[in-house]
Design a protein. Structure first.
Length: 454
């Protein structure tokens, strides 16, 4: 029997369904808008309607001891500020930056590792590095124009068959032991991420000329080697992964990883989902958007390095129609220390880079202008205002790949959180939902003179 799936009648029915849905959406929007604008501060239990509709912002309902975002000090990893982390952690021999392995030790334990501790973690990662061939087969089977984040997420997900957590859970184990196979899975996966990321890059952007890993190198050094980028890019990689590792648990990527793992999904499911959240333009894509904007500024100014007065005029003109990308932060009320760490690197290693020259002038003129304008709670630059420039300088000019770098770093913090989640027996995450009509009833009961009609 011939299917009528694509019959004119069915296409017309689907079109009518979409039209009906759009009419419903248009009719519903004013209700949500009115609730937000006129009754956002009305309490719904212990939260406001604005918090309920507005993405749960600032609701304190997650626990993490791995990192904390202080409005005035920036991110603290296990209580240490970024300058303290970079100062206290043992440096890779002959290099300026600490190793990722030593940093991961700090995230997991809260203790500053000794050189011997770092060597032990480095060896742990080294013996877990080998990526199964089927992962590369999957990547090669994907269309070459697939987004690198799609490839990265798929590679992580197809490794799920290796999960020790699933094996031991199916065999039966005490809840008190959940952390153990989660730890093993986390280290097995983290150790493989540099090669997976570099493989995707070389496959897509360097003519499929793959560079084999070097067993004598640390996490960041080996990644730079497999990317085919000379020193000091190894220190760029170490710094980038450390700075992007964690940012409390409430951001989309960290929260997604936590949410999925709360169902006792293993690290592979959880980090693949984390990567999917990170890929969104409101989260992990900001650094490439900033760099693209700076390139546009350079084009408009003819490529010459502007004076501060010329840039001031350009910024004021820009603010008539849009915000300045890379400036402002939902929590921070000072310059992002992650920005400053990368700025210090640029001042030392690429002071004459033409793009950094623009970043430098923007850093000097934008905050005072935003203060004068008076609209921004935080007029200071965030991490995204700086990070793309460094990658571009060292030849990594493929914007789409920047979020993979972010993902490798973020996996460190999320993995540390998930190991502790299982160790402390945190529960399945299951918030309670309400309907729009329920919110309108709350408003009416609150004594509104002109209650919203359901």
């Amino acid at each position: 029997m011939k299917s009528d799936y694509n019959s004119p009648n069915q296409e017309r029915a689907m079109s009518n369904l979409k039209e009906k849905l759009f009419e419903k959406i248009k009719a519903w929007r004013p209700r949500t808008t009115k609730l937000l604008k006129e009754y956002g501060d009305v309490k719904l239990d212990d939260v406001t309607i604005e918090q309920c509709i507005g993405g749960m912002r600032d609701i304190k309902c997650l626990v993490t001891d791995i990192s904390y975002l202080d409005p005035f000090e920036g991110i603290r990893f296990r209580g240490f500020t970024i300058p303290e982390v970079l100062e206290k952690l043992p440096k890779v021999k002959g290099r300026e930056m600490p190793s990722v392995e030593g940093f991961f030790y700090l995230l997991l334990t809260g203790d500053v590792p000794t050189a011997g501790d770092v060597d032990a973690v480095t060896e742990e990662f080294r013996k877990r590095r080998q990526v199964p061939k089927y992962v590369f087969d999957v990547l090669r089977a994907m269309p070459r124009d697939s987004h690198p984040m799609t490839m990265f997420s798929a590679a992580i997900l197809c490794l799920q068959r290796e999960s020790l957590f699933v094996k031991r859970y199916n065999e039966g184990m005490s809840k008190m032991d959940y952390w153990d196979p989660m730890y093993e899975d986390a280290l097995n996966l983290l150790a493989k991420l540099p090669e997976i990321g570099a493989y995707i890059f070389r496959l897509k952007y360097r003519g499929d000329k793959i560079i084999a890993p070097d067993a004598n190198l640390d996490f960041g050094g080996n990644f730079a080697h497999m990317m085919g980028i000379e020193k000091p890019y190894d220190d760029v990689a170490r710094l980038y992964f450390i700075l992007h590792s964690d940012h409390e648990s409430g951001n989309v990527s960290a929260h997604t990883g936590h949410l999925v793992a709360s169902a006792l999904s293993d690290i592979y499911y959880s980090l693949s989902a984390m990567i999917d959240g990170l890929a969104g333009p409101l989260h992990g894509l900001a650094n490439q958007e900033v760099l693209r904007w700076i390139m546009g500024v350079m084009d408009k100014m003819g490529g010459k390095t502007p004076t501060e007065e010329e840039m001031k005029k350009f910024v004021w003109d820009t603010l008539k129609t849009q915000v300045i990308p890379g400036y402002g932060h939902a929590v921070l009320r000072k310059t992002d220390p992650r920005y400053m760490a990368q700025r210090d690197f640029c001042l030392k290693h690429l002071p004459n880079d033409p793009i950094f020259a623009y970043v430098d002038v923007l850093y000097k003129v934008v905050p005072p202008i935003l203060k004068e304008q008076g609209k921004a709670k935080n007029p200071w630059p965030n991490v995204d205002a700086q990070s793309g420039v460094i990658q571009w300088h060292y030849g990594l000019k493929e914007y789409d790949f920047y979020t993979v770098l972010f993902g490798i770093g973020r996996a460190l913090g999320v993995s540390a959180n998930l190991i502790w989640d299982r160790g402390l027996g945190y529960a399945l995450e299951r918030p309670k939902s309400v309907t729009t009509a329920m919110l309108e009833e709350v408003v009416a009961k609150a004594g509104s003179k002109t209650p919203v009609k359901a």
